[in-house]
Design a protein around this ligand. Structure first.
Ligand code: C2E
Ligand code: CA
Ligand code: CA
Ligand code: CA
Length: 279
């Protein structure tokens, strides 16, 4: 049995070795990923619940790694945070997303919104405002088309500086969405301090709407809360017709999820836009 233990131990050490070798590789190659044009932006449609039409998209970054293939953000966003490289990725994604959305506007889909995820580190950057202003100017996108998604956990930290930055963004006409809404553990008082426009209900609630009465109660309550605060409400992670029907009955404004489409490349999104609506 000692042998077995030793073997397991060796195996374990080998696994750790491989994992950290992969991490090291990823870390080294992440810095070059932008210049090597390995990053991609995927777009997931956001649908107006009343009309069923696509009114916008969320930009979601992907990394087409030469060795590991197409990586989803969970594989490299944490690493990008630790290394600070998230700042460059964020800038790049924002620019791509605005450029692409402007193309859709030019093609006649001229009210498409674009949602972009902003991390805590980006929100701490004093250059964020300048940078966003520049991108909007360069791409000639109207500010109200841009929705910045900030997770509830970031807003709950309630840094004075981020309140000011968000107020400036709001003055510019940009919309602010609370991402993963409902997963926070503390009070909702930040809703008063931040200039918020949109609540984006975390996908764990949509997932359980039909099977768990707590989840459906929470969703109904969030929609009522949004209504009474004059905010718009968007449900993410909608995968089934039953979930959609519940949200429709509950008068949720917009929805996003695999029921409509997974995140897809810009070309495919454009085809989807041109497809006649069904159902
Ligand atoms: P998120 O902002 O909550 O984005 C929604 C995630 O849910 C996406 O995962 C999307 O593919 C997934 N999703 C959408 N519809 C459904 C559905 O019906 N069912 C299920 N099970 N999942 C669905 P993705 O693309 O892997 O992104 C993961 C996270 O990575 C995002 O979560 C966001 O926090 C982060 N992320 C992605 N792109 C960026 C970026 O450019 N900047 C920053 N800072 N973070 C990003
Ligand atoms: Ca998001
Ligand atoms: Ca989310
Ligand atoms: Ca999330």
């Amino acid at each position: 049995s000692r042998n077995l233990w030793q073997n397991n131990y060796r195996f374990y050490i080998k696994e750790i070795g491989e994992a950290s070798a992969k991490r090291l590789k990823l870390e080294r190659s992440l810095r070059k990923s932008i210049e090597k044009q390995e990053l991609l932006v995927y777009y997931q449609p956001i649908v107006d619940m009343q009309t069923g039409s696509i009114t916008g998209t969320e930009a979601l970054v992907r990394w087409d790694h030469p060795e590991f293939g197409l990586l989803s953000p969970d594989n490299f966003i944490p690493l990008a945070h630790e290394t600070g490289f998230i700042i460059d990725i964020g800038k790049w994604v924002l620019k791509q997303a605005c450029l692409q959305t402007k193309l859709w506007h030019r093609a006649g889909y001229d009210s498409m919104s674009i949602s972009v995820n902003i991390s805590a580190i980006e929100l701490d950057q004093s250059q964020l405002l300048n940078h966003i202003e520049n991108i909007l100017a360069e791409t000639d996108l109207f500010p109200a088309a841009l929705e910045l998604e900030i997770t509830e956990s970031v807003l709950m930290h309630d840094a004075e500086a981020s309140v000011r930055i968000l107020q400036e963004l709001k003055k510019m006409g940009i919309k602010i969405a609370v991402d993963d809404f409902g997963t926070g553990y503390s009070s909702l008082s930040y809703l008063k301090r931040f200039p918020i426009d949109i609540l984006k209900i975390d996908r764990s609630f949509a997932r359980d709407i039909v099977i768990d009465s707590d989840s459906s109660t929470i969703v109904t309550t969030i929609i009522a809360l949004a209504r009474s605060l004059g905010l718009s409400v968007l449900a993410e992670g909608v995968e089934t017709k039953e979930q959609f029907d519940f949200l429709y009955q509950g008068q949720c404004d917009r929805a996003q999820g695999y029921l409509f489409s997974r995140p897809i490349g810009a070309e495919n999104l454009f085809s989807l836009l041109r497809q006649p609506k069904t159902g």
